[in-house]
Design a protein around this ligand. Structure first.
Ligand code: URA
Length: 243
């Protein structure tokens, strides 16, 4: 791919703002191979050279992988005439080409991955790839053992086929006294969890996605905030997000 400047490389791998990157380089925290480099103008070839930041090897990618803790009230779309979109929450991010990996309903909160890596999106959302999507589901009424078993086996929700087998377990009640379950599904049908609970005679009062494959929602991200994925998270998603 040819050579690029070190400061450009570090910006592409999102280790910090331009100002922070300048400081990191000045402080001698960046190496190309064995050599500490203190000038951002230095050139390197991302395909040939290995770059370290604080002795940690960096993985070069121009693609963007962003974890958003989606708040209620915004839609999981890139454009919407009426409502605020998740893309609108990504302050100071070049958003061209970014799409959410699957949609969360307007009132659902939690983990949403936004990326311009189309094949990864496909790998994460295709039901055939069986990637776990784990949700915290707060309910209107207690769930019987029979209802739990039916959710796990697959239920009729008005589509051509039943839902795929899922996993469900009870969690402690929430602060309002509502029953809570954890539900792991592999598909992403429209309003799927709400329709599954409706099919077993219950109702969802609050829904939050906690993880998608190996990617866990960062508990330090308040709703409405986001961060870039680490190189380790990206590798784990590519390796483990879909079989
Ligand atoms: N199931 C739903 O019903 N809504 C979501 O947002 C996600 C899964």
């Amino acid at each position: 791919m040819g050579s690029i400047r070190l400061d450009r490389y570090l910006a592409d791998v999102h280790i910090g703002s331009r100002k922070q990157i300048k400081e990191y380089i000045r402080e001698g925290r960046v190496r190309i191979g064995e050599a500490v480099v203190t000038r951002g103008e230095e050139h390197l070839d991302p395909e040939q050279d290995t770059v370290f930041f604080d002795d940690k090897k960096l993985e070069y990618s121009k693609q963007r992988y962003i974890m958003l803790n989606k708040p209620a009230g915004v839609v999981s779309a890139t454009k919407d005439g009426l409502s605020k979109t998740v893309i609108g929450l990504l302050k100071n991010v070049p958003v061209r080409g970014l799409s959410p990996a699957g949609r969360l309903d307007k009132d659902t909160e939690g983990l949403l991955l936004l990326t311009d890596d189309g094949p990864l999106i496909h790998q994460l959302i295709a039901p055939s790839k069986k990637v776990d999507k784990r949700y915290e589901v707060h309910l209107k009424s207690a769930l019987s053992d029979e209802a739990l078993r039916r959710l796990e086996e697959g239920v009729e929700i008005g589509d051509e086929t039943k839902t795929l087998p899922a996993r469900a377990r009870r969690l402690p009640e929430d602060e309002k006294g509502c029953p809570v379950i954890e539900l792991i599904i592999h598909e992403g049908r429209f309003h799927q969890i709400k329709r599954m609970l409706h099919a077993v005679g219950n109702e969802v009062v609050y829904l939050k996605r906690l993880s998608m494959g190996p990617l866990e929602l960062d508990p330090t991200l308040p709703p409405g905030t986001f961060r870039y994925l680490s190189a380790t998270e990206i590798t784990a998603l590519k390796d483990g997000g879909g079989r």
